[in-house]
Design a protein around this ligand. Structure first.
Ligand SMILES: NC(=O)c1ccc[n+]([C@@H]2O[C@H](COP(=O)([O-])OP(=O)(O)OC[C@H]3O[C@@H](n4cnc5c(N)ncnc54)[C@H](OP(=O)(O)O)[C@@H]3O)[C@@H](O)[C@H]2O)c1
Length: 277
């Protein structure tokens, strides 16, 4: 008999998170458990009831902005095999960054940081710790003078930079400092930087144990989060199609060349432009 594996996905009651739960549930074994988590009890229960798959799927309420709740769930589970930090909050075009930055950063950045800190230590050998970021999460999205703030730094440093940027958005100095106005951009670069920081610390042991820490880009996917920002969805993937390469990555043996990197469709998205390496 194979041992039970536990997978957990945040922000999974709709969009990419939901599709990933469904894909994992279809491709994992009947004795495995996939935890579909989200912030709202009714939406979580309804989504969990909809999933069709081989593995058992359970809905769990987890608001990723609540660091205590994230740590409590990690303590309760004790050990996990697959963790996907995917949650994102709403962002509307035409609404001032200062009015949206707090909720957005709390979910996307603090949420991912809490997940990395709480679930990294309880990942079983052979585990997967994945943050759903974006191809926009590369240094190229920032002016060069800001790269050193997020390149080859610790998770603690990333957390500080996120708070400094948030403060700069509030006091109106963010753009003068060079931060892009679209808050999705610094947020995604900081998510990828956080993953790189965690990966740098555990790379050797993880590779010896077939464990993967990485960020992924799903591509343009037709979901609530993307709809307000793009007009042409003719090239967009459905959530179900977008999660196939992510599940492939999660369920395959670890390719050391992908470890710690931002991965899109199985290939590394360069963190820095090649001329500056
Ligand atoms: N869609 C794209 O084209 C695209 C492209 C690149 C990267 N991504 C990334 O892919 C990930 C998933 O995005 P998506 O497009 O699937 O977004 P989505 O459809 O808007 O889904 C976001 C999910 O996050 C949940 N969430 C919001 N706040 C939360 C909180 N405090 N705690 C826990 N869950 C919370 C939402 O729950 P509620 O339903 O309760 O609000 C929802 O289930 C994000 O990291 C996004 O940046 C998406």
């Amino acid at each position: 008999m194979t041992e039970q594996r536990i997978a957990l996905v945040t922000g999974a009651n709709q969009g990419i998170g939901y599709a990933l739960v469904e894909e994992l549930a279809q491709r994992m074994n009947p004795e495995d458990l996939v935890l579909l988590t989200g912030r709202n009890p009714e939406r979580v229960a309804a989504a969990a009831a909809r999933v069709e798959g081989k593995a058992r799927v359970e809905g769990r309420v987890l608001d990723v902005t609540d660091g205590d709740a994230v740590r409590r769930l990690a303590a309760e589970l004790g050990a996990v095999d697959i963790v996907v930090s995917n949650a994102v909050g709403p962002l509307e075009p035409g609404v001032a960054p200062v009015e949206q930055v707090d909720e957005f950063v709390d979910v996307a950045n603090l949420g991912a940081q809490y997940m990395l800190r709480a679930f990294g230590p309880i990942l079983r050998p052979g585990g997967r710790l994945i943050v759903v970021a974006s191809s926009l999460g590369t240094l190229e999205q920032l002016p060069e003078h800001l790269w050193g703030r997020l390149d080859q730094v610790s998770l603690e440093d990333v957390e500080k930079v996120v708070e400094e940027w948030r403060t700069a958005v509030h006091d109106g100095t963010a753009q003068a400092q060079g931060w892009p106005e679209w808050i999705n951009l610094p947020s995604k670069v900081a998510q990828v930087a956080a993953v790189r920081a965690v990966a740098a610390e555990r790379r050797e042991r993880d590779l010896a144990e077939n464990t993967l820490v990485a960020s992924v880009c799903p591509g343009l996917v037709d979901t609530r989060a993307s709809r307000p920002w793009f007009e042409d969805f003719s090239q967009a993937k459905s959530p179900a199609d977008a999660v196939v390469p992510i599940a492939d990555l999660i369920l395959a043996d670890v390719d050391p060349g992908l470890y710690g990197e931002l991965i899109r469709d199985g290939a590394v998205v360069a963190w820095k432009p090649s001329t500056s390496r």
